[in-house]
Design a protein around this ligand. Structure first.
Ligand code: ZN
Length: 88
């Protein structure tokens, strides 16, 4: 698994650490569905606050967003576990 997010950290950190950071960044950079325009364009701007890039609507993360976060969490968790497997 390679992405621009990993490269940014260069060789300052070990490979394991970079993969973990990548998993965390995947989670933070994920886009979510905007409740106003229904486009997958909402990004987290701060804890519990989301902003849609299409219609500029700001909204607090409700149950629907939390559900989506859980799905992304599972994906990020998998990448996190894979980073251990790669090392062995
Ligand atoms: Zn929107």
């Amino acid at each position: 698994m390679t992405s621009g997010a990993i490269k940014r950290y260069g060789s300052r950190y070990g490979r394991k650490t970079r993969h973990r950071l990548d998993a965390v960044e995947t989670l933070q950079k994920a886009k979510y569905e905007c409740p106003a325009c229904n486009q997958i364009a909402a990004k987290r701007v701060s804890a519990g606050i989301w902003e849609c890039r299409k219609c500029q609507t700001k909204f607090a993360g409700g149950a629907y967003q939390v559900k989506k976060v859980q799905v992304v969490m599972e994906q990020a968790g998998k990448a996190y576990l894979e980073s251990f497997e790669m090392e062995e």
